[in-house]
Design a protein around this ligand. Sequence first.
Ligand code: NAP
Length: 314
Amino acid sequence: MEKKMKAIVIHGYGDSNVLTQEQVDIPELKPDEVLIKVHYTSVNPVDWKMRSGLLKDHMPLKFPAILGIDVAGTIEKTGSDSKKFKVGDKVFCRADVSNGGSYSEYVAVNEDNVAHAPESISLKETAALPVTAGTAWSSLFDTANLNSGQKVLITGASGGVGIMAVQFAKKAGAYVICTTSKPNIELLKSLGADEVIDYTEGDFSLKVSNVDVVLDTVGGETLQKAHTVLKKGGILVAIAGQPDISLAEKHGIKATRLSVQTDGKKLGEIARAIDEGKLKVVIYKEFPLERIAEAHDLSESRKAVGKIVVTVSE
Ligand SMILES: NC(=O)c1ccc[n+]([C@@H]2O[C@H](COP(=O)([O-])OP(=O)(O)OC[C@H]3O[C@@H](n4cnc5c(N)ncnc54)[C@H](OP(=O)(O)O)[C@@H]3O)[C@@H](O)[C@H]2O)c1
């Protein structure tokens, strides 16, 4: 096996021009790790937030750094103590950027964080899942305990997290209300949304009330307004900003900020849910790894409908 691989490396914080392609060493395997050949990755907003230095206080990077969290690929090699996978298995997981991210041909990941890929979708589609589906699942079920018959509002529902959240919530039997802009309304209805509110046409929080759960993926003013639409005892899960605790107390709701890590066991559950529910992945645009800077710029525009997927090696 070659000792070097192509990777996108950054040597400091900055705009998308800091992303440069280099030849670097293939990661060494620890006994409990597997080496995964990365076929596809995807861009998440956290990638450009890390790159630009926005998150440097609580997620500092050690340079040179390889970004990228989502991994869809095949097992290339197993560590001496790893037992769960065999060479050639199709898998997906989150890469740990401090150990080398997925904008590279190979990643080494602890086998407990890896799961077999869903069978009903392609590996390319699978690359859209680890961060978004893990976050949607953890927010709705592990944190908010969403149940059948409950009413949920998902803001920013046409984004990567939102599209998975709409489908998970619907599959769980919830009544699903979403916010997005006009061009995406039909897509969200086709994925199971019961009501879709165009946030560009007035204040969404005046059009929805008495919900059991809010998943806010937008932050800022949207998050602030989301505190007002819940019934007493309801729960607001915020993934893109800090909820206002005094406002939450005033409205008699629980509000929590979530930072999600998803292990292999949870990804396995998600893969089963995708296969059983015939859930869909929406790919907005594809790029080869060499054009990762354009993929970052597009994600940073906050206009992607679904996921931006990046081909590393087919
Ligand atoms: N805490 C965690 O663990 C965690 C995990 C994953 C993501 N996140 C965060 O969650 C946020 C969402 O992530 P993502 O991957 O879903 O983002 P994304 O895919 O970039 O979201 C883009 C979508 O947001 C919609 N949007 C933008 N402004 C909106 C508004 N004011 N109201 C309603 N929709 C709006 C856009 O629809 P229009 O074109 O209609 O505007 C677009 O379709 C990011 O800030 C990300 O960093 C946090």
